[in-house]
Design a protein around this ligand. Sequence first.
Ligand SMILES: Cc1cc2nc3c(=O)[nH]c(=O)nc-3n(C[C@H](O)[C@H](O)[C@H](O)COP(=O)(O)OP(=O)(O)OC[C@H]3O[C@@H](n4cnc5c(N)ncnc54)[C@H](O)[C@@H]3O)c2cc1C
Length: 525
Amino acid sequence: MTIIGGGHNGLVAACYLAKNGLKTLVLERREVVGGGAVTEEIHPGFRVSALDHVAGPFSAQVAADLNLSQFGLEMIVPQARVLALSADGGSVCIYNDVARTVSEIEKVSGKDAKSYPEFVNSFARIGRVLAPLISMTPPSIDEPTAADLWHLGKVGLAFRGLGKKDEYRLLRWGPMAVADLVSEWFDTELLRAVVAARGIYGAFAGPWSAGTSLGLLWQAAQDGSALGSASCAKGGMGALSTALANAAKAAGAEIRTRAGVSTIVGAEGDSPKVVLENGEEIESRVVVSNADPRTTFLDLVDPIDLDPNFLSKMRNYRAPGAAAKINLALSGLPEFRGVNGSDPKSKLGGRIHIGPEIDYLERAFDASKYGEFSTEPYLDITIPSIGDPSLAPDGKHVMSIHVQFAPYKLNGDWRTRRDEFGKNVIGLLENYAPGLRELILAQQVITPLDLEQTYGLSGGHIHHGEQSLDQFFTFRPLIGWAQYRTPLKRLYLCGAGTHPGGGLTGLPGSNAAREIARDFKARKV
Ligand SMILES: Cc1cc2nc3c(=O)[nH]c(=O)nc-3n(C[C@H](O)[C@H](O)[C@H](O)COP(=O)(O)OP(=O)(O)OC[C@H]3O[C@@H](n4cnc5c(N)ncnc54)[C@H](O)[C@@H]3O)c2cc1C
């Protein structure tokens, strides 16, 4: 069994498959495993999660199955999920604790404070109904098996148990624009914006785009909250990948880095092999690709091996990158306007949201439609050294800034516009954290082009493809091919381009491994 790519999903799949007694080899093109989950030193003594800065959250079931704590994984769960800021010093902090959040919201709106607990409870109830979907294999549309029907039936029963109000909400929200959804719950613009942001995270969409509420529902399915987690690994996200790699090796898998695959050959027959960039050929019974679907089918497989209809659908698979990353090494903790009091660190320990209004977020998206990065982007920031001082020298910090919108298809060239882009983001942040610029010791700017060229994400898309209704569940990556199998009998997919999609959850990898092991057992491969 050869797994192309040592991203966290490739490693999760390797762990499960090796535990099943299958001889497993992981081939990673970079010098490190982890894909999006890597820690990099950006300045001597300053380490940061280069790409992903919070976990999806990572599936508790997968962590337990693979005993990841024994392999050194320690997760940090800050009390604050997200602190939303406006440039005039206004703020709303959303904590894991509902009562604490209500008293925060009361400072800006008594009405919104009253609505918040029901908002939380409704998403928690709906999340519980949707949760089984994320760890199941999407059913076959044409020939659903008895198991498919059984699983769906259970979800259907749970749905009926929701009660009329939540049933109606669930059916109605999926296709809705997230801007509409939040305006039904809250009056405060800053609160609306921070909630809506989850619906457009990583997407080529603005809050007024149809179907963006889906992001909130899917988030709730993962951890019961619409708001997105703030949990991260001690040592940065690379520590999660190290734990997974060690678990995979302990289970018997072999991992090779600097082993980029250039071609997959013969996967339609009985003796597939991969050809490495250095010309080496490796035969195996089955090939599993953790690379995104476009890379897998449009770059690694010879088009002659694929049905033209499948190929044309794959060419239409949407993966327009819209995000970039800036990481900073800082000589001290920045002071944010309006965030003071006795313990500002507790508010700054989760994610920090910049994007104070729905229209601001929409305008930030508008720019990318016309090939420009936004001059006032939506930012999702963490300062992980607050909760994990091992990441920076004493008293110093690292800051991780997720930037939207930054389109892969830019007017001009990302290589020549990188500095302009970085300066613009820091300039914007100065309005929220005056004096930030003086604290910067070093900065790393990762453009969508870097996401493609360095990190192997086709089109720079952070989730291996849009997570919209047309590329979701039984449609991910394509209708008819959502069960981790592909038109080539001995080629499987296991990455974020498969159900349940992007984010550090480990679920595409574990779901794919289950299907592959099943086919082995049934001697289908
Ligand atoms: C900037 C950015 C920020 C993000 N922030 C978050 C976040 O905060 N929280 C979150 O949950 N998710 C976040 N994500 C999304 C998350 O990174 C992905 O959903 C996740 O990494 C997908 O994991 P994966 O294992 O499926 O794929 P990847 O992590 O992309 O791994 C795929 C691996 O395959 C390798 N590969 C590709 N082609 C080949 C080849 N030909 N030969 C050998 N190896 C190959 C790649 O080098 C890579 O290591 C972010 C992503 C980006 C880019």
